[in-house]
Design a binder for this molecule. Sequence first.
Ligand code: FEC
Length: 310
Amino acid sequence: SNDAIGVLVMSYGTPESLDSVEEYYTHIRRGNAPSPEQLKELVDRYEEIAGGVFPLRENTDRQVSSLQDKLDTVETGRYRCYQGLKHARPYIEDGVQRMAQDGIKRAVGIVLAPHFSTMSVASYNKRAMQEAEKHGIEMSCVDSYHLHPSLIQALAERVRDGIDAVSAKAGGAEVKVLFSAHSLPVRIRQVGDPYEEQLLETSRAVAEAARAGSWQFTWQSAGRTNEPWLGPDIMETMSSLAEGGEKALLAAPVGFVSDHLEVLYDLDIEAMAHAERLGISFGRIRMLNSDPLYMETLADSIREAAAKLP
Ligand code: FEC
């Protein structure tokens, strides 16, 4: 047995190589393989962001090791971090199995996404708890940390810097901040899901801390399925703002914490091209990645969850 508290750090996951994009996409689609056209479209997007490199993998690795360092500065040896990915190896279950092999008896689970949704964080936590139970590990999971003061501070610094950078590009024009997050199917509203409210709470707190004059929230990266997804999408929002005379926009994707496809492609390539067509200035805040304030947010949330363990 091992007295250390295991920390299962969960993240979305990304393919290991271009050869494993199909397996990854099939997993996201709950076992339904994509068509050859769908697969090609996704492979092309990965090729465009980094020539077939998968930045999320290295970013998650770095976040986990920085978090371990941060936890060690508080109490050496008390916490031991393990990685568990939602759609790629090492899967969430693999991470829990590794804990079990190390004799871990008590653990905390945390997702590298600040906002709770029944369709996102809840499904990570459920998989983690189910696997932990199989191995007799007591596990307590963090649901959200979307208003942690260190998170708000880190995001506000980025918004402030982003406003200055876009304003300079736009000849001093006033910059409107577009807070964004991954869209989800509209049906989350039927179950009273807190996702939307939490995202608005983060946006409001960051806008205030950054003294952003003008801002709004919008969705991005909706899935391509037949059911309705939450909108408006950032592309539509950009079009209507440009039509209304807005000259400079800053994307602040506060639902994400890392440089990855949904930021590097959907915002930096797609939304940027859209801004050029509309003739407006556009920029995006730097992502948190392993920022010390983000590590502090995670470490505090972990300690709080650990205090609830038997
Ligand atoms: O860089 C990378 O390799 C991974 C980038 C990535 C992140 C991410 C985050 C979230 N997703 C969420 C929900 C959904 C739902 C579907 C869905 C589909 C995809 C596809 C790719 C993908 N997601 Fe993702 N997501 C990332 C990547 N996501 C690729 C498949 C092709 C496409 O639609 O573009 C729809 C599934 C279905 O078909 O039924 C739903 C949510 C997040 C943010 C929270 C989190 O990180 O968990 C919510 C990063």
